[in-house]
Design a protein around this ligand. Sequence first.
Ligand SMILES: Nc1ncnc2c1ncn2[C@@H]1O[C@H](COP(=O)(O)OP(=O)(O)OP(=O)(O)O)[C@@H](O)[C@H]1O
Ligand SMILES: [Mg+2]
Length: 378
Amino acid sequence: MPVVTESDVRSALSRVLDPEIRKPITELGMVKSVALSDDASVDIEIYLTTAGCPMRTEITDRVTKAVADVSGIGAIRVELDVMNDEQRTELRKSLRGDSAEPVIPFAQPGSLTRVYAVASGKGGVGKSSVTVNLAAAMAARGLSVGVLDADIYGHSVPRMLGTDAKPTQVERMIMPPQSHDVKLISIAQFTQGNTPVVWRGPMLHRALQQFLADVFWGDLDVLLLDLPPGTGDVAISVAQLIPGAEILVVTTPQQAAAEVAERAGAIALQTRQRIVGVVENMSWMELPDGTRMEVFGSGGGQAVSDRLTKAVGAKVPLLGQIPLEQAVREGGDEGVPIVLSAPDSPAGTALREVAEKLSVRSRGLAGMSLGIDTTRHL
Ligand SMILES: Nc1ncnc2c1ncn2[C@@H]1O[C@H](COP(=O)(O)OP(=O)(O)OP(=O)(O)O)[C@@H](O)[C@H]1O
Ligand SMILES: [Mg+2]
């Protein structure tokens, strides 16, 4: 029978991630004590960040499971305690530094998070559907992904990701709920029921700023912003708050939609943001005999891509064409994006291909400090 040591137990605990913060509980100061008895049974005390922590059973389960893997271990007893104010303050400092005012991590030089703002001119072209599907597909590829529902009036992302969970708060940090491995913040999580939000520009700006700075997103590979339709206040706020955000334009094949989409893209010229590409949605409907019915006409996505390429003087590619499929709408209504429920369907495949293109691109290093002294070799 192998002899179990406390360090075996602690090393097992270092593999337990806090479900919300997603870091090892050992690094977060959450392990209060480990007491091993002669019969190899162990008593473990864990600090929760807050008393009402909704993750109580989840954490207990994760701890028990991880420690059960230690060979030779006996009975495992887990007790929960709650951090005091001082410990919580320490935790916050260790997570996001000592600054008094929260900063937007994605706007800091050297941030490695790629931020894509999903925009369109016309409403209803599928921005939110594209956003949640790209997010779920990227998360399924193993990336750490967040979605910020920046459509304050017309928020629809929580439903499409199938969660009405509310964020929890640790100190002054808002912990975003997760669904399908995607972290999500939406104004819908802060309002009662379906109450409409009636805000003016400055309040929208402030809300967006808070969502970016006060939410503890952790180390994200990708943050997707679902913008409201049009070229309004929110798009300008995004440009001010995260100048490095890149615009992803969604349009339909319809020429009228294309013209408006081009205007939405052209705003990037004024704000000096990069346009990462165009996604054409609702491109065609595949009929049972295999033919394609072009419900909204054709050529809109290519037209926007061509015109934006000309306008910005750099290639703005058409990243994909997503067919019109009943399952896309159903997935949205049921909260399971089609890239997960039917990944090999035509729309699922097309969306996953766009997600792949956006995942593998490395972030442009233009304007970024590389921390390398290039003068040394001169
Ligand atoms: N490829 C598709 N096939 C079938 N239905 C789709 C597709 N894309 C989007 N839809 C449906 O079209 C409707 C509008 O889509 P969505 O809400 O994503 O658009 P939006 O651009 O975000 O709208 P808004 O401008 O109101 O924010 C939704 O009901 C959605 O389920
Ligand atoms: Mg929308």
